[in-house]
Design a protein around this ligand. Structure first.
Ligand code: SF4
Ligand code: SF4
Length: 283
C-alpha cells in the first residue's frame, strides 16, 4: 500500500490511479440545507447521488468484478449516498470484507463527523488510512443557516444547538484521528452569503488541529434543496479563498465532486459498463 497513490490526496496521482466508492450507506443523520438526496441522475456528478445501493456482500461482489477490469484502482471509499456512520454496521462490515479480500488496497471514508468518534478505533484496526470530514462552519450561528436538523440518538436537534454539537463532535473526532496518525482531509462547501467570509477561519482552526488537507469546494446548486436558490461562488472568489486558506492548511484544488458510486479516475465520466454492473450487483 503506497499512501502517495491516493488520487484525491496527491495531485500527482490523480491521472494514474483511481478510486471506487461503494454505495452501502443510504441513511443520513443530518439534513444539510444544500443537499437533496432524492434527486438522482446518471449525468449528475456530486456527492449524495448513486444509481444503486449495495449490501456489504453485494459491495464485495461488485468490487471483485470492477478490480478485475480496472487495475488502476488503489482506493476503496465509502461516501454515502447518506452518511457512512448513520449506517455504521454496513460501513464497517463492508470495510472488513474488503480488507480481507484486498489487503493492500487503501480504505477511505467521507463523513459529516456527527457519529464518527465511536468508530475510529474500528477504522484504525481495519487500516482505514484516509478520512474526510465536511466542516462547513465553526460558528453555530452560521451552522443554523447550513443545517436543518440532526438526529442524535432518539432525538432530533435543530438550529444553533445542533450546529454546536456537530462542531464539538467533529473536533473530538479529528483529534482522535490525528492521535492515531490517520490522514485527515476537510471539505468546506463555500455557500455564498452564508459562510463564504468564514472559510479561512475554518481552515485556520483545522490547521491548529493538524489536519492534512483542506478542500474549499464551491457550492453547486442541488435542485429541490432548501438552498437551491443560491448561486455558485465566482471562480475568482474561490481562488482567493483557497489562497488565503492555504496559509493554514494545504489546499486540494483537483476535487471533482464525486458521486456516492464514483468509480475510475477522478473526473472520468461514469462508464456505461460499470454503471450496468453496479445496477446488476445492487438492489
Ligand atoms: Fe476518499 Fe473522497 Fe476521494 Fe472518495 S472522493 S476516495 S471518499 S477522498
Ligand atoms: Fe447530504 Fe451529506 Fe449533508 Fe447527509 S451529510 S444531508 S448526505 S450532504
Amino acid at each position: 500500500m503506497n499512501l502517495s497513490h491516493h488520487p484525491c490526496f496527491n495531485p500527482g496521482s490523480h491521472r494514474r490511479f483511481g478510486r471506487i466508492h461503494l454505495p452501502v450507506a443510504p441513511r443520513c443523520n443530518v439534513q444539510c440545507k444544500f443537499c437533496n438526496r432524492r434527486f438522482d441522475c446518471v449525468n449528475e456528478s456530486r456527492p449524495g447521488v448513486t444509481s444503486a445501493l449495495l449490501s456489504p456482500a453485494q459491495a464485495l461482489d461488485y468490487l471483485e468484478k470492477v478490480m478485475a477490469r480496472r487495475p488502476e484502482i488503489r482506493v476503496v471509499g465509502i461516501a454515502g449516498p447518506g452518511d457512512p456512520f448513520a449506517n455504521a454496521d454496513a460501513t464497517l462490515a463492508t470495510f472488513d470484507l474488503v480488507r480481507r479480500r484486498f489487503p493492500d488496497v487503501m480504505l477511505c471514508v467521507a463523513t459529516n463527523g456527527l457519529e464518527l468518534l465511536p468508530h475510529i478505533e474500528a477504522l484504525h484496526r481495519l487500516a482505514v488510512s484516509h478520512v474526510t470530514l465536511t466542516v462547513n462552519t465553526i460558528d453555530p450561528a452560521i451552522g443554523a443557516q447550513v443545517y436543518s436538523w440532526m438526529r442524535v440518538g432518539k432525538h432530533v436537534v435543530r438550529a444553533e444547538k445542533a450546529a454546536a454539537l456537530l462542531l464539538e463532535r467533529q473536533i473530538a473526532a479529528i483529534r482522535a484521528l490525528k492521535a492515531r496518525d490517520m490522514i485527515v482531509k476537510i471539505n468546506a462547501i463555500i455557500l455564498p452569503g452564508i459562510n463564504d467570509h468564514h472559510i479561512v477561519a475554518i481552515a485556520e482552526r483545522m490547521g491548529q488541529l493538524g489536519v492534512d488537507l483542506f478542500n474549499s469546494m464551491p457550492y453547486h446548486p442541488s435542485p429541490g434543496s432548501a438552498l437551491a436558490h443560491l448561486q455558485p461562488p465566482a471562480a475568482a472568489q474561490v481562488a482567493a479563498i483557497r489562497a488565503a486558506a492555504g496559509r493554514h492548511v494545504p489546499q486540494m484544488a483537483h476535487c471533482t465532486r464525486c458521486r456516492a458510486d464514483a468509480v475510475g479516475l477522478l473526473g472520468e465520466a461514469p462508464s456505461a459498463e460499470l454503471t450496468d454492473l453496479l445496477q446488476r450487483c445492487g438492489h
